[in-house]
Design a protein around this ligand. Structure first.
Ligand SMILES: C[S@@+](CC[C@H](N)C(=O)[O-])C[C@H]1O[C@@H](n2cnc3c(N)ncnc32)[C@H](O)[C@@H]1O
Length: 502
C-alpha cells in the first residue's frame, strides 16, 4: 500500500483534477501581475509536469497548444497508461506521459524545458525526492525558464500537522484494506473531537476541517492528503533555500487572489510588508499576517527584475468571461482572510461588455457603458474577475483553428470516457479544454453529453438520458436533464461558446 521505498501511497491513484495555475498562459498573466515581464505567449514552448497523476492538466494544455511540446511524469502506472491512451484517442502528437520515478529523471536525456510545473508534489514526498526535483530543475529547466511549485505552507498548517498525527493514530490501528484504515483514522479523530478534546477547542478551524473537509471527502483524496508517510508543510524561506542551488529566484504567486492585498490585509500590515528588506522577510511576514495554508508560486531561473512593461502587458491582455452578467452576484472567490468580489460598479458593466467577446481593459473602457470610468479601475476590476476565476486571459488569435480542432478531439475523448463512467461507474473527467484560454473548463457528465451530442449532431436530451445508470427512474432522469438543458440552451453561448468549446 505505502511503498516502503518511497513512502508514498501507490495503492490508489490521486483524483483527476484540472489546475489553472499549471497553465503557462495563466503564468504569463501572473508574472505581469507580479510586476514582471512574461515570456512571449506566441513562441512554442516545452513543458514538463512532475507528478502529473492522470495527466488531465497536461492533456488540456497540450490540446490547446498543438505547437508546443508537453511531457507528464508519474510513477503511477495506471494513471500514466490512461493518460497515454487518451492522448492517442485524441490524436495528440505533442504530448507524452512517462511512467518514471523522479530519481530517474536528472540523468535522463530530455529536451530543455521552458516550464516545469508540479502541483501537490513538493510537500508530499520525502527529502530525497525533493533533492531529486531540485536536480531535475537544475538539469532540465532552461535559463529564463519558469517553475511552478505549490505546497502546504506554514504557519497555517501548524495545527493541521497535529491533526494529521491524530488521524494517523487511527489509521495505524485500522485493518486493511487502505480505505478501511482511512475510515479508522477519520473515525478516531472524529471521536476525539466529539468527546470535547481541548485541541479542537483551541483550534476551531480544525474542528471545522474535520466536519466539512475531512469527514465528507473522497477517500482517495484523504489517503494522499493525510495518510502518506511523507507530508510536510513548509516555510517560504526553506523552499527558497532548497531551490537556490538550481538558480531559481522567486517570481511571485500564481494565485492571483494573493495579489489583492486590499482584500486580505489591513493597511498597517501592508505597510509593514512593503518595508521588508528581503523577499524572504516579506513573504514570511505575509504568511504570518495571512496565516497562509497553501502557496502556489512561480520561480524564474535567473534574475528576476521588476519591469514597467508589465502594466502595458496587462492593459493589452484580452480576457474572456465564462459567466453572464445575470449571475454577477455569484462571482466571488475565497481569499485566506475572507470573500473577494468585484465591486458592482463598474463590475456589472465590465462583465456585460466582456460577455459579448474577449476584450482588453482598453477595449472595455471604450464602451459607452463605461464612459468616465478610469482605465486603472477597469483593469483592477478585470484582475479581480480573473483572480476569482470568472475571467481568463486568452491565447493569441493566430493558430485558433488548429487549437480548436485538437481541443475538440480531446474533449470528445474525455466526454466519451466520462459518459461511460456515468453509466457503469468509474472515473469521470470533469474538465474540458478551451482553445480560447488554453486551459480547462469545469463541466459535469450531463453537460459533456450535451456538448458531445452537438459535435455528433444527435438529439442532446435523449443522448444524455442514454448514459443514466440503468437503475435510475426514467421519469426523474428526463426531468433532471430537461431542466439542465433549458439552462444549457440559454447560457452555453457565454459559458462554452465564448470559450470555444461549443
Ligand atoms: C498528491 S498527488 C498530486 C497529483 C496531481 N499533480 C494533482 O495535483 O492533481 C502526487 C503525485 O505525485 C506522484 N509521485 C510521488 N512521488 C513520485 C516519484 N518519486 N516519482 C514520480 N511520481 C511521484 C504520485 O504518484 C501522485 O500522482
Amino acid at each position: 500500500m505505502t511503498d516502503p521505498k518511497k513512502g508514498y501511497i501507490t495503492e490508489v491513484p490521486y483524483p483527476n483534477v484540472y489546475h489553472r495555475e499549471l497553465n503557462p498562459s495563466f503564468h504569463a498573466l501572473a508574472l505581469n501581475a507580479n510586476g514582471l515581464s512574461s515570456p512571449s505567449r506566441v513562441t512554442p514552448y516545452t513543458y514538463l509536469e512532475l507528478g502529473c497523476a492522470w495527466g488531465l492538466s497536461t492533456l488540456i494544455h497540450a490540446a490547446a497548444n498543438p505547437d508546443s511540446k508537453f511531457v507528464g511524469v508519474d510513477f503511477n502506472g495506471e494513471c500514466i497508461a490512461a493518460a497515454n491512451e487518451i492522448a492517442k484517442e485524441a490524436k495528440l502528437t505533442n504530448v507524452e506521459f512517462l511512467q518514471a520515478d523522479f530519481a530517474d529523471l536528472p540523468d535522463r536525456v530530455m529536451p530543455g524545458f521552458d516550464t516545469i510545473v508540479m502541483h501537490g508534489v513538493w510537500g508530499w514526498i520525502d527529502q530525497k525526492g525533493r533533492d531529486q526535483i531540485v536536480r531535475i530543475l537544475d538539469r532540465h529547466l532552461k535559463p529564463e525558464g519558469h517553475a511552478f511549485i505549490s505546497y502546504n505552507a506554514m504557519p497555517g498548517n501548524a495545527p493541521v500537522d497535529a491533526l494529521r498525527r491524530l488521524l494517523q493514530v487511527g489509521f495505524e490501528l485500522g485493518a486493511e484494506p487502505l480505505f478501511n484504515k482511512v475510515n479508522a483514522g477519520v473515525g478516531i479523530a472524529g471521536q476525539v473531537k466529539d468527546n470535547g478534546a481541548r485541541f479542537f477547542a483551541a483550534h476551531p478551524m480544525m474542528a471545522e476541517r474535520m466536519d466539512h473537509m475531512i469527514k465528507p471527502a473522497p477517500r482517495d483524496y484523504l489517503a494522499h492528503e493525510y495518510f502518506n508517510a511523507d507530508w510536510q508543510p513548509f516555510y517560504f524561506t526553506d523552499v527558497q533555500a532548497q531551490l537556490s542551488p538550481a538558480g531559481l529566484a522567486f517570481a511571485g504567486s500564481a494565485h492571483l487572489l494573493d495579489l489583492i492585498d486590499d482584500a486580505q490585509l489591513p493597511e498597517a500590515a501592508r505597510n509593514h510588508i512593503a518595508g521588508a528588506p528581503t523577499i524572504g522577510t516579506r513573504e514570511t511576514l505575509r504568511d504570518f499576517y495571512i496565516n497562509t495554508l497553501f502557496r502556489r508560486d512561480l520561480w524564474r531561473r535567473g534574475q528576476v527584475a521588476q519591469t514597467k512593461d508589465s502594466q502595458d502587458a496587462l492593459m493589452t491582455t484580452k480576457f474572456v468571461i465564462g459567466q453572464g452578467v445575470e449571475h454577477f452576484d455569484r462571482i466571488a472567490g475565497h481569499a485566506m482572510l475572507g470573500e473577494v468580489r468585484p465591486k458592482a460598479d463598474p463590475g456589472r458593466a465590465v462583465v456585460a461588455v466582456l460577455e459579448s467577446g474577449p476584450k482588453t481593459a482598453v477595449e472595455v473602457s471604450q464602451d459607452s457603458a463605461l464612459a468616465g470610468v478610469e482605465l486603472g479601475v477597469i483593469l483592477e476590476t478585470m484582475m479581480v474577475l480573473a483572480a476569482v476565476g470568472a475571467a481568463e486571459p486568452i491565447l493569441p488569435e493566430a493558430g485558433f483553428a488548429a487549437r480548436k480542432e485538437s481541443c475538440k478531439r480531446l474533449n470528445m475523448a474525455l466526454a466519451q470516457r466520462t459518459l461511460s463512467a456515468a453509466k457503469t461507474g468509474g472515473r469521470e473527467w470533469q474538465s474540458l479544454a478551451s482553445p480560447v484560454t488554453g486551459g480547462g473548463v469545469a463541466t459535469n457528465a450531463v453537460i459533456q453529453a450535451f456538448i458531445l451530442a452537438g459535435h455528433q449532431g444527435v438529439e442532446p436530451m435523449a443522448f444524455a438520458a442514454s448514459f443514466a445508470p440503468d437503475d435510475a427512474p426514467a421519469a426523474d432522469v428526463q426531468e433532471h436533464i430537461r431542466k439542465l438543458y433549458e439552462v444549457f440552451e440559454r447560457e452555453s453561448g457565454t459559458t462554452f461558446g465564448n470559450l470555444g468549446i461549443v
